[in-house]
Design a protein around this ligand. Structure first.
Ligand SMILES: Nc1ncnc2c1ncn2[C@@H]1O[C@H](COP(=O)(O)OP(=O)(O)OP(=O)(O)O)[C@@H](O)[C@H]1O
Ligand SMILES: [Mg+2]
Length: 276
């Protein structure tokens, strides 16, 4: 087990937004967390990666309390791509990626041959070689996204944690990023923990998923078992028709907005049951 959260709670001021959850990340897997806006996904990622202090419970990295591991040691093992990133005004792409190498160096800022080779590799993997001297502020949203992913790649860690890695990307680049993530996982055995909004992509690219609702984990398991029509209705309030994606041999669904009367009648049935 690479990361384990035990009885984890997280609060902002006094408001508890994650309630006593247990979660783990196995070595070598692609794990996704899904759930509606505001259910606590980013908060969980932040507390798993030490960006946020939990209000209760523990986070362990390879069995050690993560809060006891030095920042430099963690940065060698774990790369994070947060959901909201501040773009340093005057950085060009290569400078950003170079930051990914800092945890491995002596902080003098000098690059060795291996650093240079890895930076080149990260640029190539993300299709950013031609943009390497371009300022981040002069890139499109998608190009910028790929530059940040390149930085995470350059860190050469055992695990990469990505919060909505496909935001801002057109469909072709979304697939490119997810295929890249999958390839890294398969060929370099990099463990992946990510938050995805596109549930079909979560089904297709994850080995395992956690489903969150209002700060709780309500389901965990193989995506095809966990993301059923019934659950999509319960968590996302959508009706879904499932088909088989024969090319990838995985389920794929089309979502429909749940009819308001369906929702209302379900709610009133529940209410009636509760009164009885
Ligand atoms: N810095 C903060 N201060 C106070 N409340 C916050 C803060 N960040 C998030 N929250 C609240 O905590 C809850 C969980 O937020 P979080 O960002 O983890 O959700 P999320 O599942 O990642 O949502 P999204 O899908 O929109 O990214 C939300 O109700 C949000 O309003
Ligand atoms: Mg989020």
């Amino acid at each position: 087990m690479l990361i384990e959260a035990k009885n984890l709670s997280v609060s902002y001021d006094k408001k508890v937004v994650v309630h006593n959850i247990d979660l783990h990340v196995n070595k070598g897997e692609i794990l996704s967390i899904v759930g509606p806006n505001g259910c606590g996904k980013s908060t969980v990622l932040k507390s798993l990666t030490r960006l946020l202090k939990p209000s209760g419970g523990d986070v362990l990295f390879e069995g050690k309390l993560i809060k006891k591991i030095s920042t430099k040691d963690i940065a060698k093992r774990l790369a994070v791509l947060p959901q909201i990133r501040q773009t340093p005004e005057d950085f060009d792409v290569e400078t950003l990626i170079r930051y990914g190498r800092y945890p491995h160096g002596n902080f003098s800022g000098k690059l060795n041959d291996e650093d240079r080779r890895i930076i080149k590799w990260a640029l190539k993997q993300t299709g950013m070689t031609h943009y390497k001297n371009q300022k981040l502020t002069q890139l499109s949203g998608g190009e910028r996204q790929r530059a940040w992913i390149a930085m995470a790649l350059a860190q050469k860690t055992d695990i990469i944690v990505l919060d909505e890695p496909t935001t801002f990307l057109d469909l072709s680049h979304q697939l490119e990023v997810l295929e890249l993530i999958k390839a890294l996982n398969k060929t370099e055995n990099v463990t992946i923990l990510m938050v995805l909004h596109d549930l079909n992509q979560a089904i297709r690219y994850s080995d395992r998923v956690y489903v969150m609702k209002r700060g709780n984990i309500i389901a965990e398991g193989k995506p095809e078992d966990v993301l059923s029509s019934k659950r999509l209705r319960e968590v996302f309030h959508i009706d879904s028709d499932f088909y088989t994606d024969f090319r990838n041999d995985s389920p794929h669904f089309i979502a429909h907005r749940m009819k308001v009367e369906d929702h209302d009648s379900k709610c009133s049935a529940k209410r009636k049951k509760a009164i009885q």
